[in-house]
Design a protein around this ligand. Structure first.
Ligand code: ATP
Length: 222
């Protein structure tokens, strides 16, 4: 499982918070990645924006991610999905970012809550051939193992380790790993709810992001 140098961390980042940042830090350290590239989506296919609980405009979410990563030497942001616009499909993004990395599979970093849905994403089988997967458990601690969560169309192509914590794609040579990290119990939906109610979000996300979010007024009630 050596050799992979570039991580990709996709998300809505509505808004980015310390749960995302801490998870990316732990994965970068555990896998000794040279770079972790955050990729904010334009329109996430699986999330709906509503008047009560809006998805902030992509340009704003991108700017907040950029501000949050500013001081980190290994963290970067890529605007590829925001610039492409429309529904953001990870398979399209991975094809481009992998070829930009000279064909080296990147490490697609994903929380288990999102990973359990991967079977419903566009071209799930291709995703597992294009990239390694680092699956991180976020609170509450999940019941189950990789074996339970891997999409059926992919399962037959993988050799899973007896402990269920890792696997290898027989044909593509890509790997998948369940990474035990000390995840923080912070979620963007909880932050948005607090902002709607006028409650404090201090210490849940970087101050620079709090200030920009409050200035935008995007999550304020009414
Ligand atoms: P929401 O609460 O609005 O659903 P979210 O906090 O889950 O948002 P996303 O932008 O949808 O944030 O998540 C992007 C990625 O980050 C996903 O793979 C998700 O599993 C992961 N993630 C989000 N919060 C955490 C956390 N606290 N710890 C570890 N991973 C996280």
């Amino acid at each position: 499982m050596r050799g992979a140098r570039v991580g990709i961390f996709g998300g809505t980042f509505n808004p980015i918070h310390f749960g995302h940042l801490r998870a990316a830090e732990e994965v970068t350290e555990a896998l000794d990645l040279q770079r972790m590239i955050f990729v904010p989506s334009a329109q996430p296919p699986h999330k709906r924006s509503s008047d009560e609980d809006p998805i902030a405009p992509a340009a704003e979410r991108l700017a907040w991610v950029r501000a949050a990563l500013r001081d980190h030497a290994r963290f970067e942001v890529d605007a590829i999905e925001v610039e492409r616009g429309g529904s953001s499909y990870s398979v399209d993004t991975l094809r481009v970012l992998r070829s930009r990395a000279g064909g080296e599979p990147p490490v697609f970093t994903i929380g288990h809550d999102a990973f359990v849905e991967v079977g419903t994403w566009r071209e799930p089988a291709a995703l597992f051939e294009l990239a390694h997967f680092a699956v991180i458990a976020r609170p509450p601690t999940p019941a189950g193992t990789l074996e339970d969560w891997i999409p059926k169309c992919v399962r037959d192509h993988l050799d899973l380790a007896p402990d269920g914590l890792s696997g290898r794609h027989r044909r593509a040579g890509t790997w998948i790993r369940l990474l035990e990290i000390r995840a923080l119990d912070v979620s963007a939906s909880d932050i948005r709810a607090r902002l709607r109610d006028g409650r404090s979000v201090r210490y849940l996300l970087p101050k620079v992001v709090i200030d920009a979010v409050q200035q935008s007024g995007v999550y304020a009630r009414g």
